[in-house]
Design a protein around this ligand. Structure first.
Ligand code: HSE
Length: 343
């Protein structure tokens, strides 16, 4: 019989709801452990706890109305109760992400890790500013801190870049790391106005609640901070990264590029000389022969340049509730495997 693994969900918006659905639908044959959701807390919906596992059918059907979790528990949120619950082994953190200092996500993750709970998060702000501190804290507490979904959602680009280039120095990474802007630029190429294209991206659920973060490149800048930390151990600050978004790219620039079989893309780039990290986010005109030329819609891509290999690229979904939830799910399975291997 499989051992149980208790999961606490912090935040119950689109991503953690989708995670609950994934666990409900897939866990029986995929997981080395029996996954149970033992607690949920959400700033708007309230909280619920059950050390034996909450009823998943009831949980995924909870409405989006304020206090809705009172059906299973209490109308007020209580992160601490979920974190401290004896049945909770892993916290899946998907709360609001602050791109200025990573709070309150860093404090939430830190509280969970200090209680010796494993943590997986998709919270870009808290990973951009807190990955180093939280990873160290996790080591001290003998638990895992995972954040695969913070860059390119469920496409496992962090694991790929971190683990698949042994023995060489990664000299450069370059990529398209924001689905909203890539979608907008593509739709403008097809003749849509900027505002119409943005509305579509919002309707598709790619754009941030405040799309300024997408448009001005701040979302990509946070992902560059995460990559720099994950791949090169460098904790960059916002001011270390030159950052320009797509608001300056005009319809006529896009048209002119298109006439010459070129496309505008919002490109993130990190150069690692071994001594120095140089990072930038900027719109760039790419030619037909560039691997980034064919990355369209909300798809993201990252290419890695490393030693004798030259460049290798991964592309895949970079946004979306289910795609991002998959990253949490994959992190949970990875942690479950590690727990089982230590038995
Ligand atoms: N707003 C982001 C994007 C979501 O469009 O890529 C994923 O980080």
């Amino acid at each position: 019989m499989k051992r149980a693994l208790g999961i606490g969900l912090l935040g119950f918006g689109g991503v953690n709801r989708a995670l609950a659905e994934l666990i409900q639908q897939h866990q029986a044959n995929q997981s080395p452990m029996d996954l149970k959701i033992v607690g949920v807390s959400d700033i708007y919906l309230g909280y619920a706890l059950d050390p034996d596992g909450l009823d998943l059918d009831a949980l995924v059907q909870i409405s989006c109305e304020r206090g809705a979790l009172s059906v299973l528990g209490d109308p007020e949120p209580n992160n601490d109760a979920v974190i401290r619950s004896a049945g909770c082994d892993i916290v899946a953190e998907a709360t609001f992400s602050n791109m200025e200092d990573g709070e309150p996500g860093i404090s939430i993750c830190s509280a969970a890790i200090s209680q010796a709970k494993h943590v997986t998060t998709t919270n870009k702000g808290s990973v951009a500013y807190g990955a180093q501190v939280l990873s160290t804290l996790a080591k001290e507490n003998n638990v895992c801190f995972e954040y695969e979904g913070s860059v390119m959602s469920g496409t496992p680009v962090l694991g790929w870049a971190r683990n698949c280039f042994p023995g060489v120095r990664i000299e450069e990474v370059e990529g398209i790391l924001n689905g909203t802007t890539n979608y907008i630029l593509g739709r403008m190429e097809q003749g849509l106005e900027f505002d119409q294209a943005l509305e579509e991206a919002q309707a598709n659920g790619f754009a941030e609640a405040d799309p300024t973060s997408d448009i001005e490149g701040y979302d990509v800048r946070a992902k560059v901070m995460i990559l720099a930390q994950a791949l090169f151990g460098a904790q960059l600050q916002k001011s270390d990264i030159t950052c320009q978004g797509i608001s300056s790219v005009t319809a006529s620039q896009i048209e002119r590029a298109s006439a010459q079989k070129e496309r505008w893309k919002l490109v993130a780039r990190i150069e690692n000389s071994g001594e120095k990290i140089i990072a930038e986010v900027a719109p760039k005109r790419v030619s037909e022969g560039d691997p980034l030329y064919g990355i369209n819609g909300a798809t993201n891509a990252l290419s890695v340049k490393a030693g004798p290999l030259g460049s290798a690229m991964v592309c895949g979904p970079g946004a979306g509730r289910l795609e991002t939830a998959y990253a949490l799910y994959a992190d949970i399975l990875k942690i479950a495997k590690q727990i089982e291997s230590k038995r």
